[in-house]
Ligand binder design. Structure first.
Ligand SMILES: [Zn+2]
Length: 474
């Protein structure tokens, strides 16, 4: 990895502090809107770095923003720090072993995502100051990416209104520009209410809310045949009505997660699922209430920004992994199936390479990934302002996100190397935008072309609020 550019040397000088931040957050894995200790770590780091700090962004206690610089364009760099339930895992080993007394784990690498993004923002801040250049850089600490989609609420509340461009990244197995495809989605809780009764002596008096949930699942499962093939519907029972089979279940709650290529495809699907819920209530003489927990838009790409990010990655070269990094990654690979590794290449549009545990090149700009896609709340930011995302190589090739292997690598030397590498690429991209107003103009033009000039419309209902204090397990 080359360091001849001033901005990259600034990143390099700061790396130790930010690796330590990523490690501290790794050690306190917190879930969806409950990231109180993690956001405190981020807030303190922003203050130490001399950012002007705003807490409680968009009324969310675990969201934070730090700004530096004066005048000029506003560059947003987005980070995250939420973890996942059920993924507790010790660091630095290639076997599954949960940490004693801990159930959560950083299975999506958001400890790195947050620290790497703030490292890029802090380097841009120092560069602006050192060179006396006009421009503002902001780090947005965004909570609840997993399950809460906080960025949608932050966009809706105006947190990005004066931003010119946004930059982010995500931990991955390869380094490159993130292919801008993701699904729009929404999570809706359906709560059915019936009437309890003795299930043997007076079943005719009871009306089962659990029956309603089950009939709703049957209806939705039949609907699957008649929806666009990219669409996805998943569900989880949050409350199955209790543990007593001899009591007719008076209350039951199921969470649906509905995904589609675009909001235009998503909306009719959601309406159909709601009709099925009404039908299940009608069949069982129960009532149903619904609550939208989150909603995200699909991701919009931005060609001018993607080209510049890619050029920065190419100038940097691949992350300088050491022989020890490659050896540890190879140990991790031994715990994966050959399909995990081959599908990891396929998702990037790359031919599989025998014996490669960590990437030794940047993913080519026009590599077309073939594979399944998920969703991200960066989607809503991308509808509001021109947005670009990188992938950072922080995991052995083949590591699935949301796995114990991802957690085990989350504070390894290889993850730190991948994080610092991507921070340099993001900081370089921010500088290109600050130095070159034409790039921002082109990025905005590209954005207008993709949105058809329509102002951003939040997919959240007006009365939807962030599900603060929500536990994914509840
Ligand atoms: Zn993630």
């Amino acid at each position: 990895m080359k360091n001849e550019e001033q901005i990259w040397r600034i990143v390099e000088d700061k790396r130790t502090d930010f690796q330590a931040l990523a490690d501290r957050v790794w050690a306190i894995p917190e879930l969806c809107y409950n990231e109180h200790r993690s956001v405190e770590e981020h807030r303190q780091m922003l203050e130490r770095e001399g950012f002007r700090v705003t807490t409680n962004v968009a009324g969310i206690p675990t969201a934070v923003m730090g700004e530096a610089g004066e005048g000029g364009p506003v560059i947003a760099i987005l980070g995250e720090y939420d973890a996942l339930p059920g993924l507790s895992q010790e660091a630095g080993i290639a076997e599954p072993r949960p940490m004693p007394g801990e159930t959560n784990g950083h299975g999506c690498g958001h400890n790195l995502l947050g620290a790497g993004a703030m490292l890029a923002a802090a380097a841009v801040k120092d560069w602006l100051k050192a060179n006396g250049i006009q421009g503002r850089v902001r780090y947005y600490g965004c909570p609840a990416e997993e399950g809460g989609a906080a960025k949608g609420f932050m966009v809706r509340e105006g947190a990005f209104d004066d931003v010119d461009i946004a930059i982010s990244w995500h931990p991955a197995c390869f380094a490159g520009v993130n292919e801008p495809i993701s699904l729009a989605n929404t999570r809706i809780d359906f709560t059915f209410k019936g009437r309890a009764a003795h299930a043997a002596s007076s079943p005719h008096l009871g009306r089962s809310a659990l029956d309603a949930c089950e009939l709703m699942s049957v209806g939705v499962n039949y609907m699957r045949e008649h929806m666009p093939s990219d669409a996805r519907i998943h569900y989880a029972y949050l409350d199955a009505g209790g543990i007593a089979p001899n009591v007719v279940q008076a209350k039951a709650k199921v969470r649906y997660l509905i995904r589609a290529r675009s909001l235009d495809e998503l909306r009719p699907l959601v309406a159909r699922v709601r009709k099925i819920a009404d039908g299940a209530a009608l069949m069982t003489e129960t009532t149903v209430e619904t609550q939208v927990v989150s909603a995200v838009s699909n991701l919009l790409g931005n060609t001018p920004l993607e080209e510049v990010l890619h050029a920065n990655l190419e100038r940097l070269g691949p992350p300088p992994f050491t022989a020890e990094d490659r050896a540890f990654a190879a140990e991790i690979q031994k715990t994966l199936r050959p399909e995990d590794i081959s599908s990891s290449y396929r998702r990037q549009g790359l031919p599989p390479k025998e014996g490669e545990s960590l990437p030794d090149s940047i993913v080519p700009f026009n590599a077309k990934g073939a594979g399944m896609v998920g969703s991200t709340d960066v989607g809503d930011v991308s509808w509001k302002v021109p947005t670009v995302q990188a992938r950072g190589a922080t995991w052995a090739i083949g590591t699935p996100a949301h796995s114990w292997q991802a957690v085990a690598q989350g504070k390894s030397a290889l993850a730190h190397t991948g994080m610092v590498h991507v921070a340099k690429a993001m900081a370089g991209t921010a500088l290109d935008a600050i130095r070159n107003p034409e790039l921002i103009r082109k990025a905005k033009e590209d954005h207008r072309a993709r949105t058809g000039g329509k102002p951003y419309e939040s997919p959240l209902p007006a009365d939807a609020k962030p599900a603060l204090g929500m536990s994914l397990a509840e």
